[in-house]
Structure formats: structure tokens, C-alpha cells
Design a protein around this ligand. Sequence first.
Ligand code: XMP
Length: 517
Amino acid sequence: MDKILILDFGGQTCQLIGRRIRDFGVFSEIVLGDIPLTDDILTSDVKGIILSGSPFSVYEEGAPAPDPRVFELGLPILGICYGFQRMTQDFGGEVLPLEHKEYGRTKVNLVEESPLTEGIPDNFFSWMSHGDSLNKLAPGFILLGQTENGHPAIGWDKKRNFYGIQFHPEVTHCDYGNDLLENFCSRICGASRDWTLDLFIDQVSEKIHKQVGNEKVLLLISGGVDSTVAAGLLLKILDPAQLYLMYIDTGMMRKGESEEVAKNLKKLGATHLFLIDARDRFLEPLKGVSDPEEKRKIIGDRFIHVQEEEVAKHISGNYYLAQGTLYTDLIESGKGVGNKANVIKSHHNVGSPLVEAKRQAGLIVEPLDMLYKDEVRRLGVKLGISEDIVFRHPFPGPGLGIRIIGDVSEEKCRILRDADYIYISELKARNLYQEIWQAFSVLLPVRSVGVTGDARDYGFVLALRAVVSHDGMTADVYDFPTKDLLEISSEITNLVPEIGRVVYDISSKPPATIEWE
Ligand code: XMP
């Protein structure tokens, strides 16, 4: 099958490049950017090569560089951000730090025609995220487009069929980004479009069978989309009797969640299903802890601890640990395909030392680790999982624990659970739920004065969050209809007496993250 090879230099959006390319049906493979390009990587299926972005500057010590062989293959190359700077620097151009770094939406003006920019208007908004700029293009490159500030944005070495883009076409905020990638893969590389979800299922099935053989596989179910789809997928490709499903009620779940999870898993054909009430085992060690990273670590370690305790009771012998980890979970913890991605946040799915130990021992199964959320949803539908679950908003592993800012208690969990249930039910009743990527409530460690009847109250402040996004990597604030927002807010303060005030979070990602902690 034709494929595009992506050399990963550790950029946050490297996997997103691959994913965009998969979206239009071209198969892509990501390899570490600085490894030797042996013949088993450079098979005849490779039709073109993309050099990804990177947290490094090309002139920094330790900055990764590709195997020089890549430039002698006669294959088309597209350098994205760092990839473009790398080619510029290596071929005799000049890269310099920018005094005013270019971040976010930036207008690009095209100045020359080329196969890469065919069908794209002369002016469009790109998405920049870099602190360096090309001061001088390398010999052989001509300028195809520049930013409003006069910095080179797109370059082309016509003779060698090498292209460079200074911005990130893979990010949804970049207008015509998909067209640029599609032009590169189809028009320039001529790669055929034969990648489908069926093919993904076949590939992952082969990989997992090879990895686990007839051994037992334990999958921890959180009740969210990811672990349920992972369960559906593993139940399809493995013998269901091989799969042990364990759901741990941490006391930080949403209202009614545990009951619903049990019902759904049985419907999916689960045979070994264990529902563990571990509320005390989680909430006790969290008492008085308010540092977010510490809370995450405690919750992560508790997961493993409780899991080991319970597994010892229910499973004997060796077992693999399966997780519904997505690519975004990995990349944001610096554990993506590349080894140079910066750590932003330690997600509990990858942060615990015990999970790491399982990973090191090759005993981790992560069937969804190359997928983004909307791909997982499509896969869920394909596997016949109910749309109610498949289109459920993402819910983080540490649950309400990271939506109660400051220390966590059973009482606060109850208050947040009640308030959030009203918020989400109202969104569904008002047909707004499906317009939103992720909506939830956050309980703040702030009390504010209010009046109820004639009495003065001192209630909690609740923040409502609602964002639109394609993959959770970037997000915009949901443009909430004011009437609905006001009505939902008063519904919450009427029904949850402990909450005295409701605010709406209007921060996009970046600079904020979706969750508050
Ligand atoms: P942030 O807050 O980093 O979130 O913008 C991006 C997406 O990841 C989810 N998230 C988590 N998921 N464990 C998880 O399983 C975590 O610790 C965690 N933190 C954030 C978040 O809900 C959003 O969908």
C-alpha cells in the first residue's frame, strides 16, 4: 500500500499530520526523525516524506537531524515548521530567532504558483507556532508565500521536488491546511488512497494477537468513550473469555455512571466483568491534598494499587494490561512516538510507575494509541457501540478529582456530581450537547457571599466549561446561547443549595487547557 513516511522530530502535532493524511485515505507511518533510514523503512511503498515540527531550534545543541540519505532518494519532501528550517539550515540558508515570535492565526500571501498551493486562494490564514524564522531561503528554493510581516511562509525547490511550510497545515485552525497536505500527498507524491477503518482493525488485530497470544488481558474501564471502544475492539478481536474487564468506582465518577457502565459492557458481550467499589481507597489518601500533579499521581497510583489488589482476587497468573489511551494522552505526557516531545501534563494513564513498569516489560496493550478522539468515535460506531456512549463527551481518568480545585472530599464530589448532572441533562434536553466537544462543571475552592430569601449565604462558586474542538489539542470556547446559560445557571443554584454562584469559563486552548488542573 502506498504510504507517506513522517519523520517525527518531537513536535506536538506530529501525529496529527499522520491523522489528517489518514482522513483523506492515504496511509502514513511515523518514525523517529533521527534514526537511520534502513531499507525496511524505505520500502518501495513510500511515495513521499514529511519532516515534522520540533520543540528544538535548528541551531540548538542536540537538535535532531534526519538521516542525510533522505535527501538523496529522489522522493518529494515536505518540511513542516522545524522540518522546513532544518532543510534551510542544512542546504545553506539561514534560520534566526524572531524578535516577535509568530503564534496563532497569521495571514499568508501567496506570491508564486505551485502544485502544493493549487486551488488555494492568494491570501489565507495559517496557524503559526514557532520562535524562529527563515532569514534566507536555501539556494535552489524559491519563495511561494510569505506572512504579512514579510517572513517566508512557503518555499519550493522545484528541481528536487522539496517543499517547506513555516506554519502548521495539520492544525484545524489553519485554513486550507488539509488542501496543502492533500496536494502534497496526492498531486505531488501520487499516493493512492486505500486506508480505511477496516484496515485499521485488521492491522491492530494482527499486532495485538502477536503481542498477547492466548494470555489474559485486563482492561480497566472508566466508562468513557475511549475505554468502552477499547473494550468493544478487544472483545471483537480477542476471545471474550480472554478479556477481563474491571471497572473501579473511585468515588469521583459522574452521577449514575457505574450502573450505566455495567449495563453497557454486558451488552457488548463481556464475560469476565468486575465492578469494584473503591471509593474509600481513593478518597482517603486524597484528604487535604490540593496540588494538582500530586492529586493526579495519587489517583494514578491508587488505580494501580486497587487494580493489583483486585486482580489478585480475580485473576491468576500472567496478564497484560490494556488501556484506552489515545494519542493525545501520550503526546501531552511527552510519550509520543518521538522521544523529544516536551512534557505538558502527566496524564494518569501514562504517568504511574507501575504502568511504566508494565510498559517496559511489554505488558501494556493500547489498541487506540495511534488514534484521535473523532477516529475513536467512528470506530465505536463501526463496532456497533451505542451512539449514546460513542458521542459522550470525554471524561478524564482522574474524574471529578481534577474538577474539584484544591482538596477533594466526598461531600464536594457529591455537590459537583449533582450540579454537573443538571448541567449535562439540561444541555441534552436543549439539544446543545452534540454541538459541544466537552462540557463539564468545575467546583472552585472559593466561597462567595449571596442571599437566599432573607438570609445571607456563603456558597461555593461553580464554573461551567463548554468548548468546541476537533481533537482536544486546541479548543475554542462554545458560543453559549445566553438564554440557555442563564436558565441553566439558575437551575443549578436552585437545586444545589451549596452552590451560591455560577460563572462561565471563556478561555480557549491555548493558552488555557480544557481541564482546569
Ligand atoms: P487538557 O485539559 O489537557 O485536556 O486540555 C485535553 C483532553 O484530555 C483530557 N484529560 C485527561 N484525560 N487523564 C485522562 O484520561 C487525564 O489526566 C486528563 N487530563 C485531561 C481532557 O478531559 C480533554 O478531553
